[in-house]
Design a binder for this molecule. Sequence first.
Ligand code: ATP
Length: 386
Amino acid sequence: MASITLQNLVKQYGDGFPAVNDVSIDIEDGEFIILVGPSGCGKSTLLRMIVGLEDITSGDLLIDGKRVNEKAPRDRNLAMVFQNYALYPHLTVFENIAFPLRLAKGKHTDDEIRKLVTDAAKTLELTDHLERKPGNLSGGQRQRVAMGRAIVRQADAFLFDEPLSNLDAKLRGQMRSEISQMQRRLGVTSVYVTHDQTEAMTLGDRVAVLKKGVLQQIASPRELYEQPVNLFVAGFIGSPSMNFLPATLEGNVLKTAVGDIQVTEDKARAAAGKKVVLVGLRPEFFEDASLVEEHKKDLGSTFMAELTHTEWLGNEQYGYINFDPDPEVRELLNSLAAEMDADELRPQIVVTLDAASRIRGGRSAELWLDTRKMHIFDPETGDNLT
Ligand code: ATP
């Protein structure tokens, strides 16, 4: 096992903006780090730089404190687990796992290979399948064979490049928890690339969010969710996404297109001096006011809104509120959409309601908003001011 240190890493392909731009991350021994971001943000390039498949334009890469920029991939002792598992269909599970050991000709005796492979198979619960071919295995078992290969090599770290993206949703969920348990059991340093924020949030000790080659924030899943540093991270993490509502401050009241929101002193201070701010509201900050206990009501703000429609999901409901922004606000939303790598920022708010709520579309209803949790963003810099 090893620590991996990225110091000001840059990857420049041509004349455009760098694919990876000045990224620094300290990955601790045994840590599970996720690199996440939209397509083209540079996460695969970063992973390939770590494993040695891509030259480093500038900056330093250290494994266990030693600079390895110029080291060939085979000398870095890192194991890559790919999307398609890269298993050989004509070889048995045993031989697939043994493959990297046989490749290092003469390094291991047959007895050693047998022991390493059977030990790994035991860890991965593959003992009963060693004589099978990959074609006769489930997707989950194949994934484990791919991990077995990484284990027998006794690699210092595992690098995963979107290993689950070819699987259907159910299997993806199962494999996610298998990988997570396996990583914790083995305690091996792991770096995992995905564009799926659910995977990122459920797997990682820490999650690094990238946008256009630049590291936006690296933090625990909880911290990313509760304290996103900017609009991009706030919008990327969470499903349904955080709502962004343009607002102007008057005293301790934020004036918005869906109504006035009374805010606390500290939130008002954060918004002070700005012509327009963006209020960030996760769908679950809202509730049907009639279902909120009286003593709790005062901790937030109530307002009337007309929902266009609701969707019932069994355990909860989504409600939709459209607002009609004036031209200036619409322009602001359009410019922010580009900044956030989104097609558009719809003038719409999504709220989650308790399954028991009787609020329906087309009628005005009283909603409660937990203003304690709301975020206030500077639309110019994108920074979270709260
Ligand atoms: P995806 O999820 O789509 O794989 P990603 O976040 O992994 O995206 P990268 O594949 O790392 O992104 O690409 C980052 C940027 O570098 C993109 O703009 C891409 O077009 C560019 N890029 C990647 N590889 C090369 C290459 N060999 N030559 C030139 N440009 C490249």
